[in-house]
Design a protein around this ligand. Structure first.
Ligand code: SF4
Ligand code: SF4
Length: 72
């Protein structure tokens, strides 16, 4: 299952991720983007490609779990 992370310190609230995401993952609130439907992410990476500030990262929960276990 994907995990969508927005670095709030980098996000400028331009709304591009909201526009390009085919799955409606993001909402823009008070000038920042929030991944509210990350379970619907299809990992197309459009948001990552189009975000002008590089604020978005996508990770697999399983990978994160393994990293925590093995320190990778
Ligand atoms: S595209 Fe990037 S900078 Fe623009 S709202 Fe989304 S996360 Fe924020
Ligand atoms: S990778 Fe694609 S589906 Fe997932 S949040 Fe970004 S734009 Fe939406």
């Amino acid at each position: 299952m994907p995990r969508v992370i927005v670095d709030q310190s980098r996000c400028i609230g331009c709304g591009t991720c909201y526009k390009v995401c085919p799955s409606g993952v993001f909402v823009i609130k008070r000038g920042k983007s929030y991944p509210v439907n990350e379970d619907k992410c299809v990992m197309c990476r459009a948001c990552i490609t189009h975000c002008p500030t590089g604020a978005i990262t996508i990770a697999h929960r399983e990978e994160e779990h393994l990293k925590r276990l093995y320190g990778g």
